[in-house]
Design a protein around this ligand. Structure first.
Ligand SMILES: Cc1ncc(COP(=O)(O)O)c(C=O)c1O
Length: 373
């Protein structure tokens, strides 16, 4: 089927780019003797996860326990739930573990360690628990140089019903920089603070089975991964306008676009209005710190070529495109199709229920997505 024939707005997923992106990150892991445990929250699709884990151990990272349940039903049985757990989610975690899945949990809090130990005892099993480390993002996690960075791992190691799985971080602040060189600085720091903390814990006779790091920007540019057991990037499988602007990838590496239809042409203000609004694209502001004119996404033609236009405004189901005196503006008619390369593919994909898989601009398959919490 031709892409013009499907309803709009719809997700288009270029499978050749997905395969290339999967292969490239797989090579980075292999070359550095680290395991790849991709974050599947970007796509929430079984088919994409299979491409991503082919040739690797099959381990995945998730952001919700609903994802853990959905993926485990399709054979993924080594899963890290990479958000700090709280007691309202213990029952779901127990259900997943009792179904035979190896589920790693995460905390940065001493009271939660005690609560997890009690919950594991009550469930008659053992929980595998990572300590989340803050390597500079300041979102969650314990700071690596504090006493807590030793005390919490020791508490877990000493707990009767818990296994200390290791230390885990995510350099989310790699998204705040402007150049590839600056990403490399963050990548080295992410790696080095974790290797140093692991050494400190081992010197204190605390066994650290796994040192786990990784964001898409940092893992795309990192120079080596000595001392790192596992990497967990996720967004790299699709990339997006944000990553290409920072320098994690090129615009040619991006795999996900939204097909949209022109619904209005404003000849006075030289604007085009399309049927992809905030609920089709998400309202992620993108890399404004690196490109003040990024808008809410790049406007591409049907073949995926840049038109030079940006999505300049969004309401729920209307997307406004500032067209100026461009050739496209003069040629375009109501009902014509365009494609939008959105700022943040994880959030854009989350607005949709399925992917229209494309190869050479033709629809070749349909892959469903999971949702919920
Ligand atoms: C804990 C954790 N690990 C891994 C990732 C994947 O990183 P990225 O989205 O940069 O690929 C994320 C993303 O937010 C995360 O929060």
């Amino acid at each position: 089927m031709q892409i013009e024939q499907i309803k709009t707005p719809s997700l288009l997923l270029d499978v050749a780019s997905v395969r290339r992106n999967a292969f490239r990150m797989g090579e980075i892991a292999h070359r550095n003797s680290s395991s790849l445990r991709p974050h599947v929250k970007t796509h929430k699709s079984i088919e994409v996860a299979r491409i991503q884990t082919a040739g690797h151990g099959g381990a995945i990272t998730v952001s919700t326990l609903a994802e853990a349940k959905a993926f485990s039903k399709h054979g993924f049985n080594d899963i890290t739930y990479a958000v700090p757990i709280e007691r309202g989610k213990f029952a779901d975690a127990v259900e997943i573990i009792q179904s035979g899945v190896k589920l790693n949990l995460l905390t940065d809090d001493a009271d939660t360690v005690k609560a997890l130990d009690e919950a594991a005892e009550k469930a008659g099993g053992r929980f595998d628990v990572f300590v989340k480390i803050d390597c500079g993002t300041h979102r969650v996690g314990v700071e690596p140089h504090t006493a807590e960075a030793v005390e919490i791992p020791r508490l877990i190691s000493d707990a009767k019903n818990l296994n200390f799985a290791g230390i885990l971080t995510h350099a989310g602040h790699s998204y705040d920089v402007k150049t590839k060189d600056e990403i490399l600085d963050v990548a080295r720091h992410e790696r080095d603070v974790m290797v140093e903390l692991a050494e400190r814990l081992r010197d204190l006779s605390i066994d650290v089975p796994t040192v786990s790091i990784g964001s898409t920007p940092t893992m795309s540019v990192v120079d080596h991964l000595e001392g790192i057991d596992e990497i967990r990037p996720g967004n790299y499988i699709f990339f997006d306008a944000f990553q290409a602007t920072l320098g994690s990838c090129t615009f040619g590496d991006t795999a996900l676009t939204v097909l949209t239809a022109v619904i209005h042409k404003d000849r006075t203000r030289k604007r085009i209005v399309v049927d992809a609004g905030a609920i089709a694209l998400s309202k992620d502001r993108g890399p404004v710190h690196a490109d003040t004119g990024c808008g809410y996404g790049h406007v591409l033609d049907l073949e995926g070529n840049e038109t030079g236009m940006r999505v300049t405004g969004l309401s729920q189901e209307h997307g406004e495109i500032g067209a100026g005196e461009s050739d496209v503006f003069h040629r375009i008619k109501i009902g014509d199709r365009l494609r939008i390369l959105a700022n943040h593919s994880c959030l854009t994909a989350a607005q949709h229920l399925h992917y229209n898989v494309i190869e050479d601009c033709k629809i070749v398959d349909r892959w469903e997505r999971f949702g919920g919490w």
